[in-house]
Design a protein around this ligand. Sequence first.
Ligand SMILES: [Ca+2]
Length: 442
Amino acid sequence: MTPYNPEYNVYPRNSRIDLGIHLARELLIDPVAKTAVISKAEGRGGWIKTRDVKELAIGGSSGNYIIELSTSIKDLDLATGQLAFFAIVLYSSNELVEYSSRLGLAYMLSIPIPPPETTSGGVLMDIADPEGDDDGAGGYGYPSNPAFQPGVFDLLRFTMIDQGDKLMLRFVFKNLGGNPWGGPNGWSLQQIHVYVKTTMPATGKKDTFGLGVEIAHGWHMALLVAPGWGTDPLPQGEKTALYYYDKDTPLVQNGVLKAYADQSTNSIIVEVSKQVLYDVENAGKWVIAVLVTSHDGYGENKIRSFTIGGGEWQVNVPAEYSLAILNGVLPKVLDVLAPTKQDQYSMLRSFNIDEKTPAQIYGVVYMITIYKPVLTPVITTTITSTTTITETIESTKTVTETTSQPVTIREVDTATSIGIGIVMLIIGFSTGYLFVKKASRK
Ligand SMILES: [Ca+2]
């Protein structure tokens, strides 16, 4: 946008009413002609038609009719991964008679990011994780607050893709659980740790950032993925950060390290510039440990507390882990990327209470082999996992194509609206007028 070519309109069609948002797109529905048209703002008040909506159905009875339409989110041509705001305006005989933001509220819509094209090559790692193993070392339960919907800590798939100048890491969950507390990166509940052992000969570090476990084979880089409040990196703050084994300070999320969510595919996505990665030319040979825990801005190391019996805001740990808690070796982890549940449980239960040594975690290498040179020789589930991956790609594509919501509109004035009403749905970016109130969070 520039002042000379702003590409948004201030007012909706045929009116001087401020809807509280800048108007970048218009979806004009004419229920009599049964047409719906998408237009772009031309910047000086006019609208430029870009396409017709594919499907429009109108039903209902006198005084209460329903308009349903569907179109691909791509047809709106809005920036992916961003928030858009929209307001609904009702016209009668081309005059504006009502609008949805009259009381100061606009609706918010998260424009999804298309899933990565994993067929275009550059896939360095693509590994499925079992469903239903989001119970840590076995038997852990979620906090009881309803924000913790089933599946929010259940990692299903990890993908790492070479995108030329950067790597994209994608973490698919069973259910991302929305963004109940307005995390700036697009999610609220999950915290992900990725510990990378490169092909460099250095031993690296073994300790983790507050998870109560060790990386058995060491790590050279640690990517800590958090919802993004404030300015400081995890674990002092809540920003996503990349740590190096030989540096004191991490790289905090910025132009070369980005983290965002795609709620439509229950994914958290991280993009890292190759410039800031060690040994990136050998990324396909890295050993990678991925661990999921519950983010808590008020918790020690920004990790939710794990307690016997749990509570509204505590992860519920069974009594059998009492001695592990007493000896400071309880794993504060809910899911680990591993081929089977049993691999996860055996790793997370490998702590030693008498010697007070934490559980030993091993990473994975491409083709679903868990990197565990001593304990597990080879795991042969390659064919099964290929099938799963194909199905997942197809289903995520479907979700992205059909994100448009049906819009239900009640008539305002039966006498004047039947037959001559024209309804408009206007989608615009907020660029300053709109104040989105952040919900309070624990
Ligand atoms: Ca899982």
